[in-house]
Ligand binder design. Structure first.
Ligand SMILES: [Zn+2]
Length: 263
């Protein structure tokens, strides 16, 4: 069984197809999805989905760096995080790509959300683009008070190893499956298996076989198979290790993988 640790089933594009998307995910061996909110409007949608599919959709709540212009309402966020079943603070992060809000607008909301995660003892789901050096410095300042995952990791093996030392996991998405993604291949082959998670970031990231708009949680299987190839491993080993990693980080006590309840 596989766990998609980051997908946006709360994206409006899934509204009409969700029962089929979930059925296809289950048929592909995906037993759970972590669904992070990203803007203010997606908070309520995410909570509703988690109530509708309590054994399959596990919610996270946060304000993504692309949407800091919406304003962070920390009390509203705290209310969502307090709901039973919440697994993480996210999606939060830093994105210093030129088309994004300026770094100085992103840093305040990001740090406030990290503080909240540390206070509530929740892991963080972090989006990071072109900001890995700054992110590392910020996370280092929390000195073991924070744990989490760098989702759809793009920072290369050296950064990955430094984040792992700070207690973070590294998640790979469909970008890893592309034959040209040599830097990602080197990262996935060169870090400890105990730190690797699978995800799709559906519907945002294309795989080698599928355009982004058609990517669903079932494509977690394609990411898993790529890691099997890159590490010369077996499917069983990769599936078991990545699922155990996800359950450990996110305390997914209700997800039994291969019939083994998580202790
Ligand atoms: Zn995302």
């Amino acid at each position: 069984m596989l766990i998609d640790t980051h997908c946006h089933l709360n994206d409006p594009s899934f509204t009409d197809t969700l029962p089929d998307v979930i059925a296809r995910a289950r048929a592909a061996g995906v037993c759970a999805c972590i669904v992070p909110a990203y803007d203010r409007a997606s908070l309520a949608r995410t909570a509703a989905l988690a109530r509708q599919y309590p054994d399959f959709i596990f919610p996270a709540y946060g304000l993504h760096p692309w949407f800091v212009g919406h304003g962070l309402d920390i009390d509203e966020l705290r209310g969502y995080l307090a709901q039973p079943g919440t697994v993480a603070v996210g999606e939060i992060g830093l994105d210093f790509s030129p088309e994004c809000p300026p770094p100085e607008a992103q840093l305040g909301p990001f740090k406030l959300q990290l503080d909240l995660a540390a206070e509530l003892h929740l892991p963080v789901l972090v989006h990071c683009r072109k900001a890995h050096g700054q992110l590392l410095k910020i996370i280092e300042a929390y000195k073991g008070e924070l744990r989490g995952v760098l989702h759809s990791f793009s920072g290369g093996r050296d950064f990955a190893l430094q984040f792992i030392k700070l207690g973070f996991y590294i998640a790979f998405s469909g970008s890893l499956t592309r034959t040209t993604a040599k830097k990602y291949h080197k990262t996935a082959a060169g870090i400890p298996l105990e730190s690797i998670l699978l995800e799709t970031d559906a519907p945002s990231i294309a795989t080698e076989t599928t355009p982004a708009s058609q990517v669903e949680p079932r494509h977690t299987l394609e990411v898993a198979r790529k890691i099997v190839d890159l590490r010369s491993s077996t499917f069983e080993e990769i599936a078991r290790a990545t699922s155990d990693n996800a359950r450990r980080l996110l305390a997914l006590k209700t997800v039994a993988v291969d019939g083994r309840p998580f202790a």
